[in-house]
Design a binder for this molecule. Structure first.
Ligand code: UDP
Length: 246
């Protein structure tokens, strides 16, 4: 698939179905794929700290998760039209995964990945969750090595890395080589909290009108600091365009 660079991040435009097919084909071809799902907050983080570009752009598939990226694409007249929420891509893959594509859930507080696995297996009977691990371990040294070993031994084909952004992208970037038997490594933020039923996604109304961020802010007001990046990104993109940026 082709890529479109937006504010320095190489997005992979396409529908949920196209991206899913692309990932499944890469699994079939035995190619390892990192999948990141940045929203405008993460793009703004890259703009603020250029070293993050290498981490984010190292992924083979980068989907726009967030209305802010779509709005920026419109401002810059870039062909990124469709928002593909990471959680929807994750669930789509779970819906087609079977014994040939075992999935490992990593992340969330202790107990969350187990509950997410049970709920998803109930929903998709063909799904094989071959392992789980919570996200609260030391991300370097022996403790990290033990988790890597556990994932390798599980025979996972797809690994959901749910540590929050950009920690999960950094973890994948640093560890993917050691996990060469894993086909797909996806950064999926709080998806296991949602799959387990502990956190609800915004109602359809909010999603339809691009207000999912507002719903999250009401539900999780402590996110206000992080969310200040959204207006910075939006107005920054206008300024960038006025200065001739593409
Ligand atoms: N988390 C984790 N390990 C950590 C820090 C966070 O597993 O060291 C988990 C946390 O429990 C939550 C997820 O990472 O399930 C972050 O969710 P959030 O919705 O904040 O993700 P983001 O918006 O950053 O994608």
């Amino acid at each position: 698939m082709n890529t479109v660079q937006l504010r320095g991040v190489n997005f992979t435009p396409g529908s949920l179905e196209e991206i899913t097919d692309h990932i499944l084909k890469r699994i079939k071809d035995g190619k390892q794929t990192a999948v990141y799902t940045p929203n405008s907050e993460i793009v703004q983080l890259c703009i603020d700290d250029n070293s993050l570009y290498d981490v984010i752009n190292s992924a083979e598939v980068i989907i726009p998760d967030g209305i802010g990226v779509i709005k920026a694409a419109k401002i810059l007249k870039l062909p990124i039209k469709e928002r593909v929420p990471g959680i929807e891509l994750g669930e789509k893959l779970l819906s087609v995964a079977n014994a040939d594509i075992p999935v490992f859930f990593m992340g969330g507080k202790p107990g969350i990945a187990d509950e997410a696995a049970a709920k998803m297996k109930e929903k998709y009977p063909d799904l094989v969750v071959c392992g789980i691990h919570d996200g609260y371990f030391k991300k370097s040294g022996e403790e990290n090595d033990a988790v890597i070993e556990e994932i390798k031994k599980s025979g996972a084909s797809i690994l959901f890395v749910c540590l929050g952004a950009p920690a999960q992208e950094k973890w994948i970037y640093e560890n993917r080589e050691k996990l060469d038997s894993v086909n797909v490594l996806m950064g999926l933020g709080g998806s296991l909290d949602v799959f387990s039923g502990h956190v609800e996604r915004a109602p359809k109304f909010f999603c339809k009108f691009g207000l999912e961020w507002f719903y999250r802010l009401i539900k999780q007001p402590y996110r206000i600091g992080r969310m200040m990046k959204l207006p910075k990104f939006y107005f920054g993109t206008w300024l960038y365009k006025i200065k001739g940026g593409k």
